[in-house]
Design a binder for this molecule. Structure first.
Ligand code: KIV
Length: 284
């Protein structure tokens, strides 16, 4: 019997049913400790492949592996109880064939216990999304700017800023929804296009640099906390944790160097000795 049975986790169908309702709050998390905090306020926690850049200092998300995603997905599941946990499928783990995608997704669902996966791509992934959904894999789509395609698109630029470019992006959104995705992330597109796609789709849209008209919003946690050195235009900083963390580290280093740490409160004393039993004399 689970110790958490009184708290019901949000499911992919629950999120699907939120179309047009109260905005869906989403953030990324890669660790048990941050997942615990995010879980109190968010409907969806995304274990994004942005962890490659945020945790590992990689230039892009392309080198991220399935093993990295599974390790952090499992950590986030252990740290959270209520939110739907969605794990990103990393580049190279799902594009080759529908069968490859199913095998990778099945590993993620089984080994992390998460409730859904996310994958990038519109029309080109529609057949795969339908194949996965038919076989029990809840899929969140991701269209607009798709960072795993950096080597073919050349830069992390906003999409659809000329109306002439809207057609393919709208077709991507429709293809993902028609294929059975329960929601779709729309990243870095011109605001009127984000709004138009949200109005047209029957599934919830989750915006990141898209439009306030989206059914939900997502940001990378470290970006909104002020821990990332460079952030895209669409990030609003809700905290400035960098200077606070640096001040704490500097104070610790100073205390260690001056032997002010550890103090008497942080060290273990000896147990009081038990009083010795008086020696008994033979015959007494
Ligand atoms: O990897 C990630 O964190 C993402 C979000 C930015 C949507 O895909």
């Amino acid at each position: 019997m689970s110790a958490h049975e009184d708290i019901k986790r949000i499911t992919a169908p629950d999120i699907r049913a939120r179309k047009g309702g109260e905005p869906i709050v989403c953030l990324t998390s890669y660790h048990a400790h941050t997942a615990r905090l995010v879980d109190r306020y968010c409907d969806v926690i995304l274990v994004g492949d942005s962890l490659g850049m945020v945790m590992h200092g990689l230039e892009t998300t392309v080198p991220v592996t399935l093993e990295m995603m599974i390790l952090q997905g499992h950590a986030v599941m252990r740290g959270s109880r209520r939110a739907l946990v969605v794990v990103d499928m990393p580049f190279g783990s799902y594009e080759q064939s529908r069968e490859q995608a199913f095998a990778s997704c099945a590993r993620v669902l089984k080994e992390t216990g998460c409730g859904a996966i996310k994958l990038e791509g519109g029309r080109r992934m529609a057949e795969t999304i339908a194949f996965l959904v038919e076989r029990g894999v809840p899929v969140m789509g991701h269209i607009g700017l798709t960072p795993q395609s950096i080597n073919t698109i050349g830069s992390f630029r906003a999409q659809g800023r000329d109306e002439a470019d809207w057609g393919p992006i709208e077709a991507d959104a429709k293809a993902v929804a028609d294929a059975g995705a329960f929601a779709v992330v729309i990243e870095a597109v011109a605001e009127p296009l984000g709004r138009r796609i949200s109005d047209a789709l029957a599934i919830p849209t989750i915006g990141i640099g898209a439009s306030v008209a989206c059914d939900g919003q997502i940001l990378v946690l470290e970006d909104m906390l002020g821990l990332s050195p460079r952030v895209p235009k669409f990030v609003k900083r809700y905290g400035d944790l960098g200077p606070g963390i640096e001040a704490a580290i500097a104070a610790y280093a100073k205390d260690v160097r001056s032997r002010a740490f550890p103090g008497p409160e942080q060290v273990y004393g000896m147990r009081p000795k038990a009083p010795k039993a008086p020696k008994r004399l033979i015959g007494s």
